[in-house]
Write a protein of this length. Structure first.
Length: 222
């Protein structure tokens, strides 16, 4: 589990295919690896990767076909900058929101404009995740925990303050950039709880949260 607060910017040092999987070598820059051991997780542009080797200046991870199908690592060339975050310790502050490192989709930056000292960025998202994204809700973009300012059709707007732009790869974004997107985990579980395939009791009544129950208690409008 992660927080979406980026600790360092690293870069892809090397990559090669091994038996259909991708072996990725990431140089980690200022990220402290002193407490990292084999088997630990490091979020790389928001994707949870397992450390299989520690060459000294970074880590090596093996990416499965499943990971490759839902990310853009195959198109990343050596030298590409990436956001890095080590897994959350239970004792640490949760500065962003709960991030799993399981990317839901790849989006595209379609517009970037200045907003005083900040930067406004519009990101187009695929239809598969649009129902999970809400104004003032949380979304993870390349591993960064961000707040959705507003929705516009199939896109959402973000406001990036100078510190976030400086400490992540967001300052490199331009129209056409593809980015990893992970929706708020709460939205996914709510859909499951409210969905038609929710668990049912012996009488066939849906258990847990239901639309009828939420409406009855004033959480939803009729």
């Amino acid at each position: 589990m992660f927080t979406g607060i980026i600790a360092a910017v690293g870069e892809i040092a090397d990559k090669r295919m091994i038996g259909g999987d991708l072996r990725l070598y990431v140089r980690t820059g200022k990220l402290d690896l002193a407490d990292v051991k084999l088997g630990d997780s490091i979020a790389t542009n928001g994707v949870c990767l397992t450390v299989v080797e520690l060459p000294g200046d970074g880590f090596i991870a093996d990416l499965s076909l499943q990971t490759l199908a839902h990310s853009r690592f195959e198109e990343m060339e050596p030298g590409t900058a990436v956001n890095l975050e080590k897994a959350l310790r239970p004792s640490e502050r949760l500065g962003g929101h709960l991030v799993t490192g399981h990317v839901d989709a790849v989006g595209t930056v379609v517009e970037r404009t200045d907003a005083a000292r900040a930067v406004a960025i519009r990101v187009r998202m695929p239809p598969s995740i649009q129902r999970y994204v809400a104004p003032k809700g949380s979304i993870t973009v390349d591993g960064v925990s961000l707040t959705v300012n507003r929705l516009e059709g199939d896109s959402f707007w973000l406001t990036i303050v100078p510190h976030t732009a400086r400490e992540t790869i967001i300052d490199r974004y331009h129209a056409g950039c593809r980015v990893h997107l992970e929706v708020d985990i709460i939205a996914r579980y709510l859909e499951r709880l409210l969905g038609a395939d929710a668990p049912r009791d012996e009488e066939g009544t849906a258990g847990g949260l239901t639309r009828a129950m939420l409406t009855q208690h004033g959480f939803m409008r009729r």
